[in-house]
Design a protein around this ligand. Structure first.
Ligand code: AMP
Length: 112
């Protein structure tokens, strides 16, 4: 499968990893939109949030546990944002489920 994030999981493409365990990996975004911008992904290929169901939802819960760990490690005590773009109109450009963990600046709402 020609998936850039599967290649990062496999170590075929370099990444700046900040966390890894049996089921997920987290690495710095190549084009950070905030002082802290980490992508947290499942090692298993899941195309997007639209493919989450009762068989694979445990990994999403785990990703949120990892997000809290990384946010603490990065000192994001004032707050942070976690976003998953799903599908074309939401701006998803990589078709492997990922959550953007961003912090270190103020964020507007609603997101544009
Ligand atoms: P999205 O547009 O929500 O699908 O997010 C994809 C994100 O992946 C973007 O923020 C990109 O900057 C980021 N990205 C793409 N390729 C890489 C890579 N090789 N290493 C780190 N981040 C990447």
């Amino acid at each position: 499968m020609d998936c850039i994030f599967c290649k990062i999981v496999a170590g075929e493409i370099p990444s700046a990893k900040v966390y890894e365990d049996d089921t997920v990996v987290a690495f710095n975004d190549l084009e950070p939109q905030a002082p802290v911008h980490v992508l947290i992904i499942p090692k298993q290929h899941i195309a997007s949030m639209a493919e989450i169901d009762e068989r694979n939802s445990a990994v999403v819960a785990h990703i949120f546990e990892v997000a809290a760990i990384i946010a603490k490690e990065k000192g994001l005590d004032d707050g942070f944002r976690v976003v998953s773009n799903c599908g074309e109109s939401a701006g998803q450009s990589v078709k492997h489920l990922h959550f953007h963990l961003m912090g270190g600046r103020e964020f507007g709402w609603p997101a544009g």
